[in-house]
Design a protein around this ligand. Sequence first.
Ligand code: XIL
Length: 727
Amino acid sequence: MRKFLFGLTLLLTGSMSAFAQWGRPIDYSEGPGLKDAYKDYFTIGVAVNQNNVTDAAQIEIIKKQFNSVTAENDWKPGEIHPKEGVWNFEKADKIANFCRENGIKMRGHCLCWHSQFADWMFTDKKGKPVKKEVFYERLRDHIHTVVNRYKDVVYAWDVVNEAMADDGRPFEFVDGKMVKASPYRQSRHFKLCGDEFIAKAFEFAREADPTGVLIYNDYSCVDNGKRERIYEMVKKMKDAGVPIDGIGMQGHYNIYFPDEEQLEKAIERFSEIVNIIHITELDLRTNTESGGQLMFARGEAKPQAAHIATLQEDQYNRLFRIFRKHKDVIKNVTFWNLSDKDSWLGLGNHPLPFDENFKAKRSLQVIRDFDAARDNYVPKDDWVPNPKNQPGQEYPQVNSEGFARFRVEAPDAKSVIVSLGLGGRGGTVLRKNKDGVWEGTTEGPMDPGFHYYHLTIDGGVVNDPGTHNYFGSCRWESGIEIPAPDQDIYACRTDIPHGNIQQVLFYSKSLGKMQTANVYLPNGYGKVVKGKQERYPVLYLQHGWGENETSWPVQGHAGLIMDNLIADGKIKPFIVVMAYGLTNDFKFGTIGKFTAEEFEKVLVDELVPFIDANFLTKADKWNRAMAGLSMGGMETKLITLRRPEAFGYWGLLSGGMYMPDEIKDPKAVKYIFEGCGDKENPEGITKSVEALKAAGFNAEGLISEGTAHEFLTWRRCLYQMAQSLFK
Ligand code: XIL
């Protein structure tokens, strides 16, 4: 729907920005690389495989986006050193040399781990367990060899990986007995050496590399129990003089977990004992699993649903905001794999900012194009219920800066997304608060004026029960009104007389059915003055695609705008007729072939005669105007050019432009209005108005400040245009 609407915007206003955004797929990789966007924060890394450093296109992505590289598997002890005296350096060298050639520094992953390890170190030639001294000798040799070979290109080492036990196992069986679970993972390393192997590994690494950053790396650091176990272990080691410089938080998370608070708790806790934290293996599954365990659901490779993609973008956004906030201690953030295709989680988890075709996802843009000023900004606390709320509803609310905040009760929902949010960001994702209520605030101020919106709850579209409904996008949508500096022009004033809007039903012969129109009659209509009833000119005012005859009177506030203009003496009273423009029945992709011929019959041959027969009108073309917004502008242009005998004043509101040579008889029109928002295609409108003026037409333009293809633009247009009609 949205795509369609913006395609329409393009057609009507020639807006290149709208085109770039909606007309064809966006290249989200346009813009600076992540490493450049984060140069004042931390380095941005990626875990790579052999393909990634071989394929030219993938190499380009790495070079543009990242300034830190981790070998996903090729540096692991089991790969490099599978048997005593056997060293496989080929793949490891390839990655190291790629980094050396491109001036990228590496994280050395990893020197000591329970998995993908050189397990031969634990046994002798006959397969018998060795003493821990033998193991240490072998481990020392391994660490020295690897570190010496690569330390020129490595700035940090994951010395020990995953030595602590997971949450959720308060007890465990040891020698057939149930005992309180150890804080340590029951690895072969631990069983042979206790936690001394951790200290030893760090000591060996420090001997070999006196300056590299030595990291203890683990997953699920955001779990309460594991966080504390890691904290205690690292603290104990450091107190004993073990050279641990920092903690690596792997970051295998998902789109729901962790929340900011939980993540922050871990960062702050670890900051008490280290001043270097690396987020070493970031990816966001689209299911509810997390952690670095090697058993997991691989997901289905089907395309990611739109609401799931939005949740992922939002989660990346939230996590990076916390990372930025803690840049004093976070020194690196590394994505675990380059693309969804490479992901160890399987492509069906869609966990990364690049998709299975190595195309950037919107997540990349969200991570990259952050607004530092917004990071820790707290919106002004002058919230009021949205003026469009249903009686007694406190939410949604708006503040004087244009932020909107939402509250939705959906206790069993998995996700709630409000379609309204900062441009191009897919909406505002709500989070469940402690009382089980979904809450959230837009990331920044919204454009002033009226916006349609809806909720997406677990992928299904519903309205916000807080607000009234407004017909747009071919359905009744929720609506919100962001305070505008000039909201007086459509305010419902207590100090003036008001006109009224009547609904009339008329028979359309061409359609063979009844049609509805809403007719604004100014205050005083029908009064007998000096024995006579006054007659009025008429403006036929059309809505846009997806809307209907209620759109101008309700969300457009056409009646209030007229009342205010009349009361302030800015215009002489006239009638406004707002009928359904048959905009909503045709198929996607056929907008270019739209002729408005059906509506032309309804309007010119049926509705105009009906209005002239039933209301006190001045029934001639010099007392008749036609104007429309968006697709209604398209109709206006087509119909006024084909039937110049019907209307003497023409208005296009974000609804295209007239070229002077399209108007065969320059005397056919007394006044042309063209307007749009400054976020649409203001240059196009300005140029067209200039060209019309140069050709001798009485033309006027309006560029609405700070608005896009939305109702505040059109309210302002009506306010302006009305003042020049019927003169
Ligand atoms: C993973 C790799 O990505 C997979 O290809 C491999 O099969 C298993 O290991 N924690 C770590 C990483 O520290 O080394 C793991 O990498 C993921 C969990």
